[in-house]
Design a protein. Structure first.
Length: 101
């Protein structure tokens, strides 16, 4: 079974289509719950509830995780609490790409 770190590394390829920054670097992935039977539950948010690419982005994240070796099923839970705050949630790389110093 993959670790959280390995799954997050695999999600680096999934980018927000407007910002062209990975969902990991933006801090949109809040948690990954990994079950022993090969299921992964992804808890995440979007930059805004009105994100026009939200459905496509969620689908891409779910498909990317489900395609990883050792993962039988990936489910996704979209949450709005806590609200996304790039200053607090983005990685250092994400903050640099966003121009947050």
């Amino acid at each position: 079974m993959l670790s959280k770190e390995e799954i997050l590394k695999g999600l680096i390829s999934v980018q927000d289509p407007e910002l062209m920054i990975s969902v990991v670097d933006l801090g949109l992935i809040y948690d990954l719950i990994i079950e022993d039977d090969g299921r992964v539950h992804i808890i995440m948010t979007l930059t805004t509830p009105a994100c026009p690419y939200g459905p496509e982005l969620l689908d891409e994240i779910q498909k990317t995780v489900a395609a990883m070796d050792g993962i039988d099923k990936a489910t996704l839970e979209l949450v709005w609490n806590p609200p996304w705050d790039p200053v607090e949630m983005a990685t250092e790389r994400g903050k640099d790409l966003l121009g947050i110093w």
